[in-house]
Write a protein that binds this ligand. Structure first.
Ligand SMILES: Cc1ncc(COP(=O)(O)O)c(C=O)c1O
Length: 493
């Protein structure tokens, strides 16, 4: 490979390697199922094959790519594999991958409007498209972050800004001053989630200085939805104790079971008490674009903020999370800070993305979302999501019809939680251990990858469908492997 006079790749070499990589990626995407879905390496195995020092002189791309295939690829867990059913099975797509390639080539850093007018304005337009597709009202403005954890952190920072207006200047001391009660032995703010709310909420309250003890985990009903009566009681109790309820986080598509909290009722409680309502629709929010699901986010119309992740179930390569917020001014009050060297003469109406978050620099993530939405079209997106939900219902019907398995939660979207109850003739077995063994044995197969959770104290196997390439045949194969796994695990028991 010829070195460019600036040390970079020669343009012709770049062209050649880019073509080679395009071929490699196309083959990989067409044949991702020929790899074991879960990486078969031991901890440290990849590291031990790599030198501890960076090379002194530059190396050829041939050598670099050879090591990519030989050393790096074996340590890849294939999220693109159609048998990936663990966690939330996410999937990129051709247009999204191409957009990432372009985005890397353009190397946009969209901190200010002028540092990337297109990234700034395309973000606004694309998030308007997505907002209308999922039937959120006009008052919501969108911002792209990397992950839902960061979107939620920003939402709760805006909620904190509203609750403690001088927090920026005085820190959380302002909370004590506000109530003229410096003697409080804890900060007076409370955030509510359910016992199913994602752990990103815990991290947000910790990071925002509210303290982990400020998070109340409200119990759920039998179907894993936040109990509104329990929320009301907790709020009343906290108020009586002189505390200030600051925010409620309700979930549409909770992590373990994809349950949907009663958003409308929770929104009514929040309105009554002037509490910030953040809706975590990171996984399931996109389902609102499907026929028959148009009302999914209706109750969230009066929420203060809502997060939805295109990188989870909208075929957009990781990472891309969207925060919709009805008070972008509060987000700006929390985060905007313009040193001299970033001041511009652009009209004040332009959006500078650095004003709405902790990061200064921003990647050009809107490009991939725009290309994905244009490639699939609204109908194409709906069809894929609806198909994943059909496959999940089909799998759930096999579980329901089986004498040796039981379902442990409703299936509102594309995740099924279930467990083996044991061989029919078993007298007394440790059902949790049996299911752990089934999970280990199917994951060892290399054909599928499943994860687990615990529901009402029971070990539950989770099957999540979200990959574009997953077909009924893959789901059937998963069921066959699981039932075979039960036979094997029972023999060993
Ligand atoms: C409901 C929910 N919210 C938030 C998150 C965090 O997502 P991220 O990895 O984008 O931070 C997850 C992750 O699975 C989730 O299930």
């Amino acid at each position: 490979m010829t070195a460019h006079r600036f040390g970079d790749m020669d343009p012709e070499a770049f062209r050649r390697e880019a073509h080679r990589l395009a071929d490699w990626i196309a083959d990989y995407l067409a044949n991702s199922s020929r790899y074991p879905v879960l990486a078969r390496v031991a901890p440290g195995e990849i590291r031990s094959q790599l030198p501890s020092e960076a090379p002194v002189s530059g190396e050829t791309f041939d050598d670099i790519f050879r090591d990519f295939e030989k050393i790096i690829l074996p340590g890849i867990t294939h999220w693109n594999h159609p048998g990936f059913f663990a966690y939330f099975a996410i999937t990129g797509s051709g247009p999204g991958i191409l957009a990432e390639f372009l985005s890397a080539a353009l190397n946009q850093q969209a901190m200010l409007w002028r540092t990337s007018p297109s990234a700034t304005e395309l973000e606004e337009v694309t998030l308007g498209w997505l907002r209308r597709l999922i039937h959120l009202p006009d008052g919501f403005e969108g911002v792209i972050y990397d992950t839902a954890s960061i979107s939620t952190l920003h939402a709760l920072a805006a909620a904190r800004e509203r609750a403690v207006p001088h927090v920026r200047h005085r820190g959380l001391w302002a909370a004590g001053e506000q109530r003229n009660a410096r003697t409080l032995d804890r900060l007076p703010f409370v955030v509510y989630g359910s016992d199913q709310t994602h752990s990103s909420i815990d991290k947000a309250v910790i990071l925002l200085g509210l303290g982990h003890e400020s998070l109340r985990r409200i119990p759920c009903d039998a179907d894993f939805r936040m109990r509104v009566d329990a929320l009301r009681s907790a709020i009343a109790e906290d108020r009586a104790a002189g505390l200030t309820p600051m925010a409620v986080v309700a979930t549409v598509g909770s992590t373990s079971t994809t349950s949907v909290d009663p958003i409308r009722e929770i929104a009514a409680v929040c309105a009554e008490h002037n509490i910030w309502l953040h809706v975590d629709a990171a996984y399931a929010g996109v389902a609102a674009m499907c026929h028959g699901y148009e009302h999914l986010l209706e109750g969230a119309a009066t929420a203060d903020s809502l997060v939805v992740n295109p990188h989870k179930w909208l075929f957009t390569p990781f990472d891309a999370s969207v925060l919709y917020c009805r008070h972008l001014d509060l987000l700006r009050s929390a985060f905007s800070l313009v040193p001299e060297y970033l001041k511009t003469t652009d009209p004040s109406a332009v959006r500078n993305l650095m004003d709405t978050g902790i990061q200064l620099g921003r990647r050009f993530r809107a490009l991939k979302l725009w290309m994905v939405m244009r490639h699939f079209g609204a109908e194409g997106l709906r069809d894929r999501i609806a198909e994943h939900m059909r496959l999940a219902r089909l799998f759930a019907s096999w579980v329901d019809d089986s004498e040796t398995f039981e379902r442990l939660a409703p299936v509102p979207f594309s995740v099924v939680c279930f467990r083996a109850t044991g061989p029919v003739d078993a007298i007394q077995i440790d059902v949790d251990a049996l299911n752990e063994r089934i999970l280990e044995s199917v994951n060892r197969s290399g054909e599928i990858f499943l994860s687990h959770t615990r529901l009402h104290g029971k070990y539950a196997i989770r099957l999540a469908i979200g990959n574009l390439h997953t077909t009924e045949q893959h789901v059937r194969r998963a069921w066959n492997l699981i039932t075979a796994g039960l036979s094997e695990a029972s023999r060993l028991h």
